[in-house]
Design a protein around this ligand. Structure first.
Ligand code: XIL
Length: 337
């Protein structure tokens, strides 16, 4: 049977994976990442805390390892991510916290960061996740009228206009890169679709205002316990395409509760059906929208997944098990492509 990347090539869909350079020494990991995927996303290496650990001293080396791997294997790169509230360098959050970095200065620091990073990778990054996770979830207490999270670090200091500014700065530094807004639970994962609708209304305003945004990414972090609707995901992606935008699934995984130390045995016997089914639903939603450019999974295998570290008692979320053997979800994706 053909690799995911070969199958994706045939239908014009990039099939991507998040990689971490530390794991590329594992030959099985590197082989799967190279053979099965036509796009890579550095899992952490382009985040601000990694690229500028000390103020003014950039370290592009970890990201360049992923870039070199991508180049060697003829893969495209999704750049992730320019402005986000997490994984910021300590000098920045501490400086803002103790008042030594004023809001005016913070704005110029952010502008410089975006210009420096996007220029550094100019011509080498296919899609940039410019702004990540700005919208309030049902559990966030202070949404702004737009649905933007009023408690977001950047919004608190610079206002929600920072989102549009980030796109303008990124465009200035690399006019050819595709610029994405990226978030989770914005296409069929969220009960009342309120967050999805707020992001859509906001993005439509950006487009109408001429802000250089090219696409919207839905992360696609699912849980077998969610009431997920693939049909609504398709409709929610399609309405961006109808605005003239591209879309992408950027960080797909489907976690479930497990009861063993290796995070492999689902507690719910139905999970082994739900997991491949939900992967399949996400992929089919993307395939049904001709402007869906890429379907990226978040991690090569369970041994390298962020899920067990972030969601207590959950795991088994990726296409390959802890021993890098393909699981039923892999076959589901392969069949759909
Ligand atoms: C995660 C990484 O996978 C972890 O290694 C890291 O410790 C935390 O961040 N949404 C995102 C990604 O946009 O950047 C996050 O990645 C997962 C959630």
């Amino acid at each position: 049977p053909d690799s995911l990347r070969a199958l994706g090539d045939r239908v014009g869909l990039a099939v991507g994976v998040a990689v971490a350079p530390g794991h590329l020494d594992d030959p099985d990991y590197a082989r799967i990442a190279a053979e099965q995927f036509s796009s890579v996303t550095p899992e952490n290496e382009m985040k601000w805390e990694v690229v500028e650990p000390t103020r003014g001293a950039y370290d592009w080396a970890p990201a360049e390892q992923v870039m070199a791997f991508a180049q060697a294997n003829h893969q495209r790169v999704r750049g992730h991510t320019l402005v986000w509230h997490n994984q910021l360098p300590g000098w920045l959050t501490q400086g803002v916290g103790n008042g030594t970095i004023s809001d005016t200065e913070l704005r110029s620091v952010l502008k410089r960061h975006i210009l420096a990073e996007v220029s550094h990778f100019r011509g080498r990054v296919w899609q940039w996740d410019v702004a990540n996770e700005f919208f309030a979830n049902a559990w966030d207490p202070n949404p702004l009228p737009s649905g933007v999270n009023g408690d977001n670090f950047w919004v608190q200091h610079l206002g929600e206009g920072v989102i549009a500014d980030a796109f303008r700065w990124a465009h200035q530094a690399d006019p050819r890169a595709l610029l994405f807004y990226n978030d989770f639970n914005i296409a069929g994962e969220d009960g009342d679709n309120a967050k999805a609708d707020a992001v859509y209304a906001f993005v439509r305003r950006l487009v109408r205002a001429g802000v250089p945004i090219d696409g919207v990414g839905d992360q696609g972090h699912l849980d077998t316990q969610y009431d997920f609707s693939g049909e609504r995901m398709r409709a929610d992606l399609q309405r961006y395409a109808d605005l003239g935008l591209k879309v992408a699934i950027t960080e797909a995984d489907v976690r479930t509760f497990v009861d063993d130390a290796a995070h492999q045995n689902p507690t719910n016997p139905l999970a082994k059906f739900a997991q491949p089914y939900e992967y399949s639903q996400m992929l089919q939603a993307c395939l049904a929208v001709s402007d869906c450019l890429s379907f990226t999974v978040w991690g090569v295998g369970d041994a390298y997944s962020w899920v067990p570290g972030w969601f207590e008692g959950e795991g088994a979320a990726t296409l390959y098990d802890v021993d890098l053997q393909p699981r039923p979800a892999y076959e589901a994706v392969q069949q759909d492509l």
